[in-house]
Design a protein around this ligand. Sequence first.
Ligand SMILES: Nc1ncnc2c1ncn2[C@@H]1O[C@H](COP(=O)(O)OP(=O)(O)O)[C@@H](O)[C@H]1O
Ligand SMILES: [Mg+2]
Length: 262
Amino acid sequence: MLTLSHVSKTFNPGTVNAKTALSDLSLHVNKGDFITIIGANGAGKSTFFNAVAGSFMTDSGNIILDGKDITLMPEHKRAKSIGRLFQDPMRGSAPGMSIEENMSLAAGHGSWLSSISRKDKALFRERLALLGMGLEDRMKQPVGLLSGGQRQALTLMMATFNPPKLLLLDEHTAALDPGTAEKVLELTKKIVDENNLTCLMITHNMQSALDLGNRTFMMNNGNIVYDVEGDERKKLHVSDLLQKFKESVGKELDNDRMLLSE
Ligand SMILES: Nc1ncnc2c1ncn2[C@@H]1O[C@H](COP(=O)(O)OP(=O)(O)O)[C@@H](O)[C@H]1O
Ligand SMILES: [Mg+2]
């Protein structure tokens, strides 16, 4: 489904600020995989997603998505097959537009300039009800009125309205309070499972990294230092992940945010 071969990316090359964020990264993701990704700040996790989404061109290597070489494909073209969520709930939906207008854009059924058919409205209502947040009764309200959690759930719904080939979640619950984060994670699991999506999820929460998905990558210095699935993964506890980190990286995981998350 997704293959990276020897992908490297150095920011500000040839300057004192040169930073190699991806270092000869190779990996293969199978169709239907739900992979959680952990690693300290600066490990290259977001850069990996940016490389796949086409936010910049990589310095070397190839990226194949669903059998197609997308290495040189511009970001807007890749966006047709890749759904993305970020940490910031303000990204991913338009605050001044109503919920149904945002949904209509996500569905590819035209913008706020065109009227939304009754059939579409019924479909949007149905989908919104699945979120369990009462948004189906607020379809005419501007998205800007929603809470962060409601907005992130809506963005998740929009990003998967037409199931993408690949769903990239970059710490999409990190800005939410723990209860809301839990709810959005449950929705994530449900949506990924029901649509049999191929999904990569970066998380700072080591427990979520083990609870969700079927495989986990640990990243450090722009590469994967630990890749675990199957029975070995089922047996893992957070303490094992911390130990693995210490073994692979040679130091304790010093990211308080990661350690403190339940
Ligand atoms: N656009 C950029 N310009 C310069 N440096 C960058 C840029 N994006 C990321 N980096 C650097 O690359 C490294 C990896 O960053 P990132 O992928 O965001 O890490 P993570 O998501 O794992 O915390 C960091 O040292 C970061 O400062
Ligand atoms: Mg990041």
